[in-house]
Design a binder for this molecule. Structure first.
Ligand code: V47
Length: 376
């Protein structure tokens, strides 16, 4: 779909980038830095929207999903995080499996098509806790896609239970994991990672595990945490590393820029991100990641209002109903914990887009009064 409005900018550095965007040419590191620094956010957004409409027309994707965070007990103690707790400290929890199954079934009455499962790095649970969780969900909800465990959790399982990454991925697959969420990528820069999440795997390991997962046929997402102590070069470095991974594996479905929420974290002296930074990260991601199909404006993290605007600045997806969000709410998010399908559709329509309910693999979901089907 072409745009009715002509491109205009008062920032001369954007003219050569515009020419490349129109020609479908790959942008360079310098282009990326210029996009982050340009005062002309509307021109940056125009280009991102051009690419977004070329790829997805007028549709905006959402899904009906439920988050399950089986435990917040975590050995990592990342400075960026308000969710993790040390074992036996106030607020620490670990769901009994039955409790997790009940959580999976609770919330909105509409049939979900995806469980999104991530949790802390628990020092004592057996591997079977996680495998039984997935097996139990598959038994009880056979049609529901299980998107579970970040590359960081996979690395932890391998180390803790003494298996190779490949063996852990095979066990997760056999238990019923269908794909993997994008968390834990944070920012790949060693300098920044050392400060915000010192105990996590490094960026190279994250990319290597994602590569192995993709080579085994898993699709995954990827995230980037911004708005803390990183700079523009760190962000572009992160995007270029993901672009190179995708050139090799084609396993990334969706990229999700995540705005840092400082409340209740050891970095709570840092300011919150602004709407402009949120929108710019969406737009620059769309322009730099020419080989990743989807850019998600995660409404829980951006707020529904900014997510709507993002749908005209490069994003084509706003995530889903979620039902019960913990990670951002522990860090001060004031968004609702979940949203109904009709509310997501309204957000999308009022942004001038056409709502498209997808499953996790972006296939259309058809609902009638009594059934949900995925067109394959
Ligand atoms: O990896 C943790 C981030 C991520 C904070 O794949 C924080 O579809 C901001 O990855 N402020 C988990 N961010 C969430 C995540 C995700 C969310 C929605 C959809 C998908 C998907 C993935 O949240 C963590 C970390 O980067 N995070 N604490 C914080 N205080």
């Amino acid at each position: 779909m072409s745009q009715a409005h002509a491109f205009q900018t008062d920032d001369p550095t954007l003219n050569s980038i515009h020419d490349k965007v129109i020609a479908g040419e790959r942008l360079s590191e310098e282009d990326g830095i210029a996009l982050f620094r340009s005062p002309d956010i509307l021109a940056v957004g125009w280009m991102a929207n051009h690419v977004r409409e070329k790829m997805h027309g007028n549709v905006a994707y959402f899904n009906v999903n439920r988050h399950i965070n089986p435990t917040n007990v975590c050995v990592a103690a990342c400075r960026l995080c308000a969710f993790g707790r040390k074992k036996d400290t106030p607020g620490a929890y670990t769901m009994a499996l039955e409790e997790a199954f009940q959580a999976a079934a609770s919330g909105y009455s509409e049939a979900v098509t995806e469980f999104h499962i991530v949790g802390g790095l628990h020092p004592d649970l057996p591997l079977d806790y996680f495998l039984d969780l997935v097996r139990g969900l598959k038994e009880r909800f056979p049609g529901v896609h299980v998107k579970a465990f970040t590359m960081v959790e996979v690395a932890f399982f391998a180390k803790r239970y003494k298996f190779t990454i490949r063996e852990i991925l095979e066990k997760l697959k056999a238990a019923g994991v269908d794909s993997m969420p994008g968390g834990g990528a944070e920012i790949f820069s060693d300098r920044v990672r050392h400060i915000i999440c010192d105990h996590k795997i490094d960026g190279g390991e994250w990319l290597e595990i994602a590569k192995q997962a993709h080579q085994m046929g898993f699709k995954s997402n990827a995230t980037m945490l911004y708005g803390h102590i990183e700079n523009e070069e760190d962000r572009i470095d992160h995007l270029l590393k993901l672009r190179a991974l995708q050139d090799e594996t084609h396993g990334l479905q969706t990229f999700i820029p995540l705005a840092f929420h400082p409340d209740n974290t050891p970095l709570q002296h840092l300011p919150w991100t602004t709407g402009m930074l949120d929108i710019r990260n969406i737009a620059v991601s769309r322009l730099m990641l020419d080989n990743i199909p989807h850019i998600k404006a995660y409404w829980q993290m951006m707020t529904p209002k900014i997510a709507q605007i993002a749908l005209r600045f490069g994003a084509d997806d706003i995530d889903g109903t979620v039902v019960e969000e913990k990670i951002y709410h522990d860090a001060g998010a004031s968004t609702p914990q979940g949203m109904r399908r009709q509310d997501l559709e309204r957000l999308i329509r009022e942004a001038g887009r056409e709502p498209f309910e997808r499953d996790t693999l972006y296939r259309p979901v058809k609902r009638t009064e009594s059934s949900v089907t995925v067109a394959v």
